[in-house]
Write a protein that binds this ligand. Sequence first.
Ligand code: BGC
Ligand code: BGC
Length: 906
Amino acid sequence: MMFEFVIWLTLLLMTKPSDTKPLRSEIKNEIHFDSNITFEKRGLHEEAPLFYIEDRHPAEFFYSDPYYPSPLGGRIDHVWQKAYDKARKIVEKMSITEKVNLTTGTGWGSGPCIGNTGGVPRLGIPNLCLQDGPNGVRYTDYVTNFPSGLAAGTTFNKELIHQRGKAIGKEHKAKGVHMVLGPVVGPIGLKAAGGRNWESFGADPYLQGIAGAATVEGLQQQGVLSIVRHFIGNEQEHFRQVGEWDDNGWDKLDESISSNIGDRAMHEIYLWPFADVIRSGAGGIMCSYNQVNNTYACENSYLLNYLLKEELGFQGFVVSDWGAQHTGVYSSLSGLDMTMPGEIFDDWLTGKSYWGPLLTRAVYNGTIPQQRLNDMVTRIIAPWFAIETLKLPSEDNIPNFSSWTYHTYSQKFPYQHFGPIVEQNFHQNARSTFSEEVALNVAREAIVLLKNDGHNLPVDVGDGIKRILIAGVGAGPDSKGFDCKDQRCTDGVLTSGWGSAAVNNPYVITPYEAISERARSLGMVVDFSNENWNLDHVSELADYADLSIVVVNSDGGEGFIEVDNNYGDRNNFSLWHNGDNLIKHISERCRKTIVVVNAIGPVNMEKWIDNENVVGVIYMPPLGQFVGKALMEIIFGDVNPSGKLPFTIAKKKSHYVPIVDDLSKNNDPQDNFDRDIYIDYRFFDKHNIKPRFEFGFGLSYTKFELSNLNILEINSPTEYLPYPEDYLPIYRTIEDDVCDPEDALFPHEEFDPVPGFIYPYLYNEDVRSLPDEDDFDYPKGYNTYFKTTPPLSGGFGGNPALWEILFSVKAKVKNIGKYKGGYVGQLYIESPSTLVSSPAKVLRGFDKVFLEPGESKSIHFDILHRDLSIWDVESQQWIIQTGTYKVYIASSSRRVELCGEIDIGI
Ligand code: BGC
Ligand code: BGC
């Protein structure tokens, strides 16, 4: 009720004729700026502090409003409208069991891929293959292990990120994959210790959005559909999924963790990158394991029906994370369109599903309207017609590998040990010069130089460096080899974090291999030690070395794998394997010690960062198979470092948001996101905390000079968004066709069931075993009246006017040093606090250029309507506040080079 009232109010507000009247704006270029970044102003519509009242269970404060019914697809954009029409022509030919087949996975291991839908052979539609993942093709051979998403974000190079998406897409295509489970734009990086932050692009929604969209475009251009994950609030691994936490007394877990997210943060932080990927045409979105505001993400009608399908105008389908579905009818009504891998979590191989036969039954007995099932299936099929580069898979376009065996021949269902021996792996080489070049380039550009005192880097024989030491377990191969399952081995160089995003390496170039080869070619003597505990020998070697390179690491990954007591999330920010001590011992003896930190996120550097013998510090996110080569090229100056930190490195653990890892108070853990919109650098700025290294920071071997800031108004800002166009009409409606339940019975005369395989057929003709429509306990707020005009939506990612360019910003950058190199111009905006207070700076643009010594180039940024908007919780809309906006061109979130002002008023 309340919610409808809000919508109605919003409608009223948004139709006021004066609302979209252009506002006057006045521009000042190159103003003097105050480097004090504390921010204490408070605005009029301040959101109440995050509902935190002691002694009361957060569930009382964090809940989601219901929103029904699930919006029908095909009502936005003429291209998609036509695609839906084509898809509906196919769907209308399907029987109910055929439709159900496309919505339900056939079961874990029941098919070649990580996820396989049922097929519709009668219409030539094969089982659809969904495969991890975001950094390359999981569980197969002859593929590239690409640099991680985090590495892609660290490059701050949009074109390269796009190329990476293309290369990853191309390899999936070559393996016969239909849909890629990537990219990852959630976790967003709220928690520095979060185990999966290395899969996504860095702790800022803008960076995630740009990188996510460029990746989706790259993937889909290669003919594979992109499923963006995880929607939403999966910011830590602990307790992500009930049934998964059996250790440390955690088996008391009653429900998956609830990520409690306030409305403003939901819009300005967590939804933000999803809006971008939807706008770039992503065909699928994966809902996450966790609950959001005390309802499971995959059955949260407000999230899926309202925010995603209505407000963000998402026209594709929603698929559950693997076992993230907790109910059958409710999840369907709430907007889930496909369940994976098909079974109930942890009931693998039982064939028990919330959908499959039960979905068929619920449609037959009228509990779920057929229109809902039709929309689920149409959403799965329509993207293949809407996106020019995609084509609905056919039976001659199927996977040529198996995720469940690496052997060439094996039983048809290797995971089940069932079926005849067949050819399973065709060992198709998916690699190409293109993917290797892209993988190497991303690795190169993702290396961040944090310290270079005395300019000992790049290494030059001319500087008297004749004998070097390469040290640390992270410099060489793991004694167990390279490809432990899901990359869970950490006693060697890290090519990735662990979990479903990990990819097998076709080979690895370790730091030791690449650096020693290069050093030898320069006539150097190369010592090596990978002993991290007994340090006598390495200390002695450090004595002889003119320069030491110490590679240290810190790893983490997905929650289903535990390594050294780290259950996905990291327990702390210390270096692994006695790293601090190793650095101490080496730097005590060697005056030129270079520390290379290879880690899935920030580490604590305080023990050695100010040590004067630690002359150089390099950070590398997981870089894939070329890690050693890329590092070598930076160390020897073939490549000038141009990576920028995609997160803040703090001095103290207490500056980061802790992982909720304790069930002593509560068996249904509540994770209140009380940093609100102040994640990462926004928090450090707000409280004026000096980080060790700030977001966006990274040194170069050369120097850059900035000048000529020029802000230009392209379109006048308006306080409110114009009312969007009405939804388009639906050309074709599919008639209900429930006839005789006998039609949906298992066709035993045609084939024998495979054990554990999920079929769509009814167990028996009695469809009443689920109460029928009249006495079914429908969720609160359930109704079947489709909304005709969405108040805020109307386009992909939201109201189309959000993407209108209001201002364009240019500046000149000149390379005034001796080396050629890349410069990342970063645009930050400080908003006025007329209605609400805002962070001191938010990233709203980046542009990377490469310059020869002495060369100048222009960097360019577009400021869109959304870039200046705040989400107003009270009126439920995006608003451009009147007042003064500061525009900073910066080399990091704390190094402002140029500053301008836009004054927006009536
Ligand atoms: C798999 C993941 C899966 C998880 C569920 C793991 O063994 O590799 O892909 O989602 O189990 O817990
Ligand atoms: C992960 C997903 C992944 C799925 C399939 C889950 O455990 O959370 O990201 O796509 O497994 O492997």
